[in-house]
Design a protein around this ligand. Structure first.
Ligand code: FE
Ligand code: FE
Length: 581
């Protein structure tokens, strides 16, 4: 198979050597900005990178079947597009391109033209890392609670390279990010970064970096990167519930670099590229993973620029469920499988005792240790979200009872104290506590989040429950429907108990009870059940939702400063400073 190689720099030389020693490939052309004709075999034709016409002509012809791209990242997009448009399979060094749009465009073009676009995240092909992947995926060490990597570069890169490298996050950290996500089968939801630099001449290049990630399933990951070392240094450690994996092979002062450390990986990934072309196999690195690696590297930079913890957002806007983390997906799938009429009745019974006394402020503070696993927009504990919601209402001069509801709307999550993971009401398993709710006892609508899970609900096989009206009647009012069990309904029941006297208006209770019923207030499902009261309340619910959703950001309020104001509101509307839960 004839191939053309772009680039004869750090990575290009490695691919060059592998190509000329690989019987499956025949390297016929090499494109580089500088004349390297006397460094390469005579049989290979050197082309000047500036000679665009000649490059185009060669790619237009049938001689070349595949292109290897190892030129600087800024050239990738142009070269990939030109190659794919001319029906060539492409192998490209990471990172694929310099923007999300370009990544999308390149993968879409490859798919349309039925071509392979293979991204060289070489760590995945390193035999040691592959072994770790296999043992984690085969559950040999249990759930990974903590992992860390050390990646130190050697020798210190030249200034010319640093200028075009894309910065340490896109150049170096992207490798660790990629293989960490790949091994853990998860992705980070938040990031914190510390940096140290001797002289920050080059943009986004730091001499030392530590990156702290929190993954959606709870794993904490620390990536340590440095440009300074006495030899190329690549280590990683994984600590699981059943065991640990420690990969430590550093040789001080050995003065090795990545061509030695990843010699096998570079060779194997090239073989894999050939395999993909020959057998029409999809490459292991997907478009989604490349996009995630890009987004995560950008979030690392943002964490430095803003000097704070960043919630990593994988989609546009709020409530984007197209590319959700594992925890969000699992939460909705399990809820759909288990939330039946029978289950909801059981939970209503279980949580109707109201026999535990707790100060209202203590409930809020207690929830500081709880992160909502169903929320794709938030990686902060609940108290932040409560304060953010209330404060944004206060800023807009909304009634004080509504501000108070903004503060308290999620305190039903305190059910975890009496709950357990088996019933989805624990700290880890939250499928009967958080996430969008739906009505049980009638057909699950299509306007619900992840409608593809609807068939998993056992009630949908029951003729009593799987019709439009189910066990209800038209116009019966939302108050007569049974919602899937969650923090909304629990808080409503707490507030309705005579043990918890207060003077909150009906609108406040309505907001508490239905704020997670997105299928209703966002997608207009269940309108057939609306009563006159529901029609009147609808706008309040919409209004509340606006603040629940759009106040989500990484701004942190000084809670101690705000506390007196909200304690005052609690005293105004509640007879006692405590609640029976
Ligand atoms: Fe909520
Ligand atoms: Fe909320």
């Amino acid at each position: 198979m004839n191939v053309l190689l772009f680039g004869f720099g750090r990575a290009g030389k490695i691919h060059y050597n592998n190509l000329i020693n690989n019987l499956n490939f025949k390297l016929t052309h090499l494109v580089e900005l500088y004349d390297v004709s006397n460094e390469i075999n005579e049989s290979i034709k050197y082309i000047d990178f500036k000679n665009k016409e000649e490059i185009k002509n060669i790619l237009k012809g049938d001689e070349i079947r595949a292109v290897i791209v190892a030129s600087p990242t800024s050239t990738h997009y142009e070269v990939i597009k030109l190659s794919l448009e001319n029906n060539k399979h492409v192998f490209v060094e990471k990172p694929i391109t310099e923007s999300e749009e370009e990544i999308n465009e390149c993968f879409d073009l490859a798919e349309r033209n039925n071509l392979i676009l293979f991204v060289g995240y070489n760590r995945r092909y390193d035999p040691t890392i592959r072994r770790i992947y296999n043992s984690v995926r085969n559950d040999e060490v249990g759930f990974i609670n903590y992992a860390f990597t050390i990646s130190r570069d050697y020798p210190y890169p030249t200034n010319d390279f640093l200028k075009i490298s894309g910065g340490i996050f896109h150049d170096c950290a992207t490798h660790d990010i990629d293989y960490m996500n790949w091994i853990l089968n998860d992705k980070p939801i938040s990031v914190n970064v510390s940096v140290f630099d001797n002289d920050d001449i080059e943009e986004y290049n730091y001499d030392h970096v530590t990156i702290n990630f929190k993954y959606s399933l709870g794993t904490i990951v620390c990536l340590n990167l440095s440009r300074i070392a006495s030899s190329y240094d690549q280590r990683c450690e994984f600590y699981g519930t059943k065991g640990e994996i420690i990969n430590n092979n550093f040789k001080e002062n050995a003065k090795l670099s990545f061509p030695q450390r990843y010699r096998d990986a570079f060779r194997i990934e090239l073989e894999s590229f050939y395999d993909c072309i020959k057998n029409g196999i999809k490459p292991e690195v997907t478009k989604e993973q490349c996009l995630n690696n890009y987004i995560i590297a950008e979030a690392c930079q943002e964490a430095i620029d803003k000097n704070k913890k960043i919630t990593i957002k994988y989609g546009e806007g709020f409530r984007n469920y197209n590319n959700v983390s594992k925890s969000v997906y699992n939460n909705y799938l399990t809820a759909r499988k288990n939330q039946t009429v029978e289950f909801v009745q059981k939970m209503q019974n279980k949580f109707s005792k109201f026999d535990t006394k707790m100060e209202i402020w203590d409930i809020l503070e207690d929830l500081n240790s709880l992160v909502d696993v169903s929320d794709p927009d938030v990686a902060h504990p609940n108290l932040y979200h409560a304060i953010q919601t209330a404060e944004s209402m206060r800023k807009d001069n909304l009634p004080d009872w509504m501000q108070l509801m903004g503060l308290l709307h999620d305190i039903g999550k305190i059910m975890y104290k009496k709950g357990n993971d088996d019933e989805g009401t624990g700290k880890k398993e939250q499928w009967a506590m958080v996430g969008d709710t739906f009505i049980v006892g009638c057909k699950l609508p299509n306007g619900i989040i992840f409608p593809e899970f609807n068939n998993e609900n056992p009630d949908m096989q029951n003729e009593k429950y799987n019709t439009e009206l189910g066990i209800y009647s038209e116009g019966c009012g939302l108050d007569n429907l049974m919602c899937s069990w969650g923090h909304d309904e629990y808080l409503y029941q707490i507030l309705m108990s005579s043990k918890n006297p207060h003077t909150l208006p009906e609108e406040a209770l309505y907001m508490a009870r239905y704020h997670s019923l997105y299928a209703y207030h966002d997608k207009k499902e269940y309108f057939r059940f609306q009563s006159n009261k529901d029609k009147e309340m609808f706008d309040w619910l919409k209004k509340f939702n606006k603040y629940d959703l759009y106040s989500k950001c990484d701004d942190i309020y000084d809670i101690d400063m705000l506390k007196p104001y909200y304690i005052n509101l609690i005293n105004k509307y509640f007879t006692n400073s405590f609640l029976y839960i």
